[in-house]
Design a protein around this ligand. Sequence first.
Ligand SMILES: [Zn+2]
Length: 199
Amino acid sequence: MAKLYFKYGVMGSSKSAQALITKFNYEERGMSVWLIKPSVDTRDGAEIIRSRIGLEHRAEVITAETSVIDAYHSHGKRDVIIADEAQFFTPAQIDELRWLVDEEDLPVLCFGLRTDFLTHFFPGSMRLMELADSITEIKTICECGRKATVNARIDAAGRIVTTGGQVLLGGNDSYLAMCHQCWKRKIREQQTERKSAFT
Ligand SMILES: [Zn+2]
């Protein structure tokens, strides 16, 4: 039976590279892959899935208004769906991916973030946690050596940002993965610095 997979990790944990390697592995076995990603902005090259180690491939961009089921059927049958940045799908689109697993016996592999820069679920990730048959963590480490779990948002001066919208358009360079302890400690240090600057 096909399954819905959620493979989550923090920024920089090689999710995109693993999505592209998985695509390669399926194709090497003669299977056809529908590679997709949800749209969050319309930057040039937004349809390219890029990994930091140099792998990249064009993906079909799915807007929030698009029915994933309709888009899939407009292409004809594939053997597997691989999605990157899956946290940006709407919950309804995750339900549609679940439908494709159940009704079309189609494996769906979703790669994405679990939580935002304030440690809260993205709506798409929450739905994936609820619906996935298989949930695995792609791990990477904080600079202190502990496992990184927080996608800290960083400003131009390297300070941790704790206000703002859940999605920062074009802001992929503005994040740093760290452990929860380091994240809290750095926020505390920033607050202490700020207080001492005014006294
Ligand atoms: Zn740490």
